[in-house]
Ligand binder design. Structure first.
Ligand SMILES: *Cc1c(COP(=O)(O)O)cnc(C)c1O
Length: 224
């Protein structure tokens, strides 16, 4: 299984490179985020051994449990928080992560700002947009995105790197990626976190700068 993960990682990298080339992208190389949520250190180590250093987790607590030890063994790890953030976890999120993809409301933006100032730490921030306007899903609504980006930048003084989305499972993802790209462009944001195991090639076609790939590298997740 461990060699399997390294092999799958290599396959995904060449698939990304192929799509980048086919579409003659001008946005520069795509960052592959290996999403290791629900997997433990023994399953993550082979992927680190294969040279991967950028990882995504969707829970603050889970990341704090397994990553300190792995980070000590493999220098240069960059950790991305890709799951929804509660404001009472802002302190730990700023301590733990290099990049946060799920800024989606004023309260979170404010508590992150306070913690970043307090800790003197500046994780890169992405704003999550709920492109499918799904009630159960995190993210700012598309119609509120411009105002929220402005609030984060102008009022709170946060530097925003880009936008993130998770398209509805039952819809073609392309129009969601295109919408995210459009909102980013009109707001002068260059980074796009979009695309998962099932649709990362389509996301790369649409200009993704970061793809978040879990099961295609680590295998199916077991939530039990
Ligand atoms: C779990 C998760 C992923 C990875 O999903 P896969 O389908 O396993 O690639 C990507 N993004 C977010 C926000 C996730 O929670």
């Amino acid at each position: 299984m461990s060699e399997g993960a390294a092999k799958r990682l290599a396959d995904i990298k060449s698939e990304i490179a192929r799509v980048e080339k086919d579409y003659m992208r001008k946005t520069g190389p795509v960052t592959l985020i290996a999403v290791s949520k629900t997997f433990d250190a023994p399953e993550i180590r082979p992927v680190l051994e294969a040279g991967q250093r950028v990882f995504g987790e969707n829970k603050v607590q889970e990341a704090r449990g397994k990553w300190p030890e792995l980070k000590a063994d493999y220098p240069g790890v960059e950790l991305h928080l890709i799951g929804p953030l509660q404001s009472n976890k802002s302190k730990e999120a700023v301590e733990t992560f290099d990049v946060i993809h799920s800024v989606d409301r004023e309260k979170i933006a404010r508590t992150l700002k306070v913690e970043m100032d307090k800790q003197g730490k500046n994780p890169k921030l992405f704003i999550q947009v709920n492109t499918g306007e799904e009630p159960q899903k995190a993210g700012i609504m598309p119609k509120d995105a411009d105002a929220f980006i402005a609030l984060c930048r102008d009022e709170l003084g946060l530097s925003i790197e880009g936008l993130m989305c998770i398209p509805p499972v039952d819809e073609a993802p392309g129009m969601h990626f295109a919408l995210l790209e459009k909102i980013a462009r009109r707001n002068g944001l260059s980074q796009l976190s979009m695309g998962m195991s099932a649709d990362f090639p389509i996301a790369v076609q649409h200009g993704a700068t970061h793809v978040r790939v879990g099961s295609a590298i680590f295998g199916e997740r077991d939530y039990s």
